[in-house]
Design a protein. Structure first.
Length: 296
């Protein structure tokens, strides 16, 4: 069980501390891994995803394991592989409004069953970005659980309740693909703000930024948006604002979005995931992921 791979996502840390303080005897041996401690402890606490100029720890779980974060990731993997693994759960938060959901690289019965301990939503995706969930062999079910918005008490409660259920289980559940109890979204694309584009969240009529989005745009997470839905406003004369990457590295932004009357709009229906209203996270990581309904 890992938590705090990002220093501003404390629900996993709090859930792990609850488990350790509970005094319970768990159903099996458990290894707890706490990640970005230095970033989390830097004032103001739990506000830094990673330290300025440093690497994102959850992008470091593949060779070369360089810099401080790479060495931490390598040591975490060495510890995790001392004994045969039955399952791995990585607890995270979002920066936007999201329901709890799981993420994994395959949607088989073991991954869906593991996710079902925490939530009824699952995103199947692998971008090869060096995340912890990508670092284990296929036989080991590994899921990232996005517990909800950082700082939300309900996210802490979700992480804690799910973790305690997981630790008490003599046998992990399975859930066959297609089971209606689990909503599965597959193959999202990654939407990023292009380098050099100035991003702002708020009223576009008061903004001089290249690209402006509503300050509450994250309300659309896990909603189906129809073709033609406005995503944001582009300043006249500003460059094309976004890039969209597929898992194989292709760039398809102009297949997904269209610009008309200085508004960026969807060309196809989509379901956005992890929409953030934090401009720093949007620049450093991504603006959101999207499951696109092609050919409509």
């Amino acid at each position: 069980v890992s938590g705090l791979l990002h220093g501003n996502e404390p629900s996993g840390l709090r859930a792990i501390f609850h488990a350790l303080r509970s005094g319970e005897k768990f159903a099996t041996h458990v290894l707890f891994l706490i990640g970005a401690v230095e970033a989390a402890r830097t004032a103001p606490r739990f506000s830094h995803r990673m330290l300025p100029g440093r690497r994102d720890l959850n992008r470091c779980f593949r060779a070369p394991f360089d810099a401080d974060e790479g060495r931490v990731a390598e040591q975490m993997l060495e510890l995790a592989n001392v004994r045969p693994l039955e399952a791995v759960v990585d607890l995270h938060n979002n920066s936007g409004h999201n329901p709890c959901y799981g993420v994994g690289v395959t949607a088989d019965a073991s991954h869906l069953g593991l996710t079902s301990i925490f939530t009824d939503r699952y995103v199947c995706s692998s971008f090869g970005i060096g995340a912890l969930m990508e670092a284990f062999p296929p036989r080991v079910p590994v899921v990232t659980i996005e517990c909800g918005r950082a700082g939300d008490r309900r996210a802490d409660e979700t992480a804690t309740a799910g973790l305690m259920s997981f630790l008490r289980m003599d046998k992990l559940p399975t859930l066959e693909p297609g089971d209606p109890r689990m909503k599965v979204l597959r193959d999202p694309v990654r939407v990023r703000v292009r380098a050099g584009v100035d991003l702002h969240f708020g009223d576009h009529r008061e903004s001089d930024a290249d690209f402006t989005m509503d300050e509450d745009v994250d309300r659309h997470n896990f909603q189906r948006l129809e073709a033609g839905t406005r995503v944001g406003w582009v300043r006249p004369g500003a460059p094309w604002p976004v890039e969209v990457k597929t898992p194989d590295g292709g760039e398809i932004s102009r297949e997904i979005f269209a610009l008309a009357d200085n508004e960026l709009r969807l060309k196809s229906p989509c379901v956005p995931i992890m929409l953030t209203t934090n401009a720093t996270i949007a620049r450093d990581d991504c603006l959101f992921y999207a499951v696109i309904e092609r050919g409509t």
